[in-house]
Design a protein around this ligand. Structure first.
Ligand SMILES: [Zn+2]
Ligand SMILES: [Zn+2]
Length: 294
């Protein structure tokens, strides 16, 4: 089974994420390494960094190989495809800051939405992203955190609904080894990929393999979709409660090709804030049921 977990709050210090994750049964975590809705975050001090590393070290236990896989999600404000120079430069600086934070913490991957061209067109947008990535990597030489470009629902002028965009970016940048992908089930489904069927799932993976290589999949986002296939709308639903349905997730989480890949929930928490805990139980019991059938 894949390494199942959730996006957990880093309130009060990013090291607190481990206890929150453990409380709901996470074998992998996603966090924000700064306030995701602001450009500038409070600097990470040495104490916060060592607290994080210590908390991560003790998460290893029976059946949980150390260290716990942890990815971060970059701020939603970042738009490397922006044709507007102030936003473009702010975005580069913000991404550089997030990569530096991730490296200080020893985080495996930083998930980033590729960007939105806001009217300049797909070609110009993708070229801008590639140039920005080259610039940011050049300003952060030797960084170990892999930048995971997410697939998107394709709403508005957002790039990256088509894995061909990821493939083109990988072929354009000077340091493709610093880039991987994060695959979001809700976004794929909203972009027209029918993950409900075996054939739809395998066709999607064939595209991923052709464009970027399955070995570059550094994380999955497990989200059901509130809206139907091809809606191009990015609204997550609880596992099994949306248009994708439980069967697709039961298939994915036992796929041996992704055994070591963190699979994190970004589903609604609900009024009692226990949405992720419930979804983890749903996922794990789905695969138990799957395991009993031939
Ligand atoms: Zn996602
Ligand atoms: Zn989403």
């Amino acid at each position: 089974m894949g390494r199942l977990g959730a996006h957990v709050s880093a309130a009060g210090g990013v090291a607190n994420a481990f206890a929150r994750g453990a409380a709901i049964g996470c074998d992998a975590l996603q966090v924000f390494v700064k306030n995701a809705s602001t450009w500038r975050g409070k600097a990470l001090d040495d104490r916060a960094i060592s607290a994080f590393r210590e908390a991560r070290a003790v998460t290893a236990g029976p059946g949980v190989p150390a260290p716990l896989p942890v990815v971060a999600h970059a701020s939603y404000l970042i738009n490397l495809a922006s044709p507007e120079s102030v936003t473009a430069e702010r975005s580069r600086a913000a991404l550089l800051d997030e990569l530096q934070r991730c490296d200080a913490l020893g985080i495996d991957g930083l998930v980033l939405h590729p960007g939105a061209h806001v009217g300049s067109g797909e070609d110009a947008g993708l070229d801008a992203i590639a140039a920005a990535l080259d610039d940011v990597f050049a300003r952060h030489e030797g960084g170990a955190t892999i930048l995971l470009l997410e697939n998107t629902a394709g709403q508005g002028t957002v790039l990256g609904a088509d894995l061909a965009h990821h493939g083109r970016l990988l072929r354009s940048v000077a340091a493709p080894e610093r880039i991987g992908v994060c695959l979001d089930t809700c976004h794929a489904f909203a972009a027209g990929i029918d993950l409900r069927t075996h054939d739809g799932y395998e066709a999607f993976l064939a595209t991923v393999d052709e464009e970027v290589g399955l070995g570059r999949v550094g994380a999955w986002h497990l989200n059901d979709s509130l809206h139907p296939l091809g809606s191009r709308k990015d609204r997550h639903a609880s596992i099994g409660a949306g248009e994708i349905g439980l069967g697709a997730f039961a298939r994915l989480i036992v796929d041996p090709r992704f055994e070591a890949v963190p699979m994190v929930l970004e589903t609604p928490l609900g009024d009692d804030e226990q949405g992720h805990a419930r979804d983890l139980v749903t996922l794990r019991s789905s695969s138990a049921a799957e395991g009993t059938s031939p």
